[in-house]
Design a protein around this ligand. Structure first.
Ligand code: ADP
Length: 253
């Protein structure tokens, strides 16, 4: 389970995330959506421990900054960051030791084969294409054998075969009870994956839908339905000489 409680983050004068709370239960896939600047990356970097923030984040009920939480947490950043001088295989080995993961040799081989990296395992980080780096990054996160996994725009730069594998992996993780949080703007890619969706704008979650609540609407319809409604409310408020910010309590921008 991933739990975010009253998360706020400012960059100097910009309030990027304003008192956001949400939970993704065990065995569910949460999708974080929103236009550019909504605050998605700030939330993701906060969960991954890359930013200072106000509020509380817990992974499997453990504060995210504790080692026990980090041990069960996998993270695929939007931009893969590999070591130039380590091979593909050494990246996996590094993660296996750092996380004291009990991933077996057979499991590592299966992960690498799945993402068509088995025959490239001796290539160095700086010899890989952007797409291959992304796949190594996914393999590293899987080698942790995480209970919670965070994927930031994971489909960008992947070839169709890798996208297909990644979708299958997400469904398998879900079936194993793993919590998945995925940030993406490629809504059509995740239509068959999600259990709960959080629609963000301007540092707030505008709406949360479970798949049951969404009925037969796809993510496109949910997203545009929510953002169009919000725009209409904003227009109506400004006609009355107000701004959404002041109605919400003087949020700073
Ligand atoms: P998203 O990922 O949804 O596009 P971000 O979390 O990147 O949104 O950005 C949220 C807000 O915070 C935006 O207004 C953005 O300009 C601002 N912001 C993000 N990173 C920084 C930073 N390092 N310094 C200053 N402002 C930032």
């Amino acid at each position: 389970m991933l739990q975010i409680l009253n998360l706020s983050k400012s960059y100097r004068k910009t309030l990027a995330v304003d008192d956001v709370s949400f939970t993704v239960p065990d065995g569910q896939v949460g999708i974080l959506m929103g236009p550019n600047g909504a605050g998605k990356s700030t939330i993701i970097k906060s969960i991954a421990g890359l930013l200072r923030y106000d509020g509380a984040i817990s992974i499997q009920g453990i504060p995210s900054r504790e080692l026990a939480a980090k041990r069960v947490f996998g993270y695929v950043p939007e931009i893969p960051a590999l070591f130039d001088a380590l091979t593909v295989r050494e990246h996996i080995e590094y993660i296996r030791r750092a996380y004291q993961s009990d991933v077996t040799e057979e499991e590592v081989e299966a992960i690498l084969r799945r993402f068509e990296l088995y025959d490239k395992q001796d290539k160095l980080g700086n010899e890989l294409s952007k797409g291959m780096m992304q796949k190594v990054s996914i393999c590293c996160a899987l080698a942790v054998k995480p209970r919670v996994i965070l994927l930031d725009e994971p489909m960008v730069g992947l070839d169709p075969q890798a996208i297909k594998e990644l979708k299958e992996v997400v469904l398998e993780l879900r079936d194993q009870g793993v919590t998945v949080l995925l940030s993406t703007h490629m809504l059509e890619m995740v239509n068959e994956l999600w259990d709960v969706v959080f629609i963000m704008d301007q540092g707030h979650i505008l709406a949360t839908y479970t798949r049951q609540e969404a009925g037969d609407q796809d993510l496109d319809a949910i997203f545009f339905g929510t953002t169009d409604r919000e725009r209409a409310v904003g227009t109506e408020a400004s006609k009355h000489g107000e701004t959404l910010e002041t109605t919400e309590g003087g949020r700073e921008e």
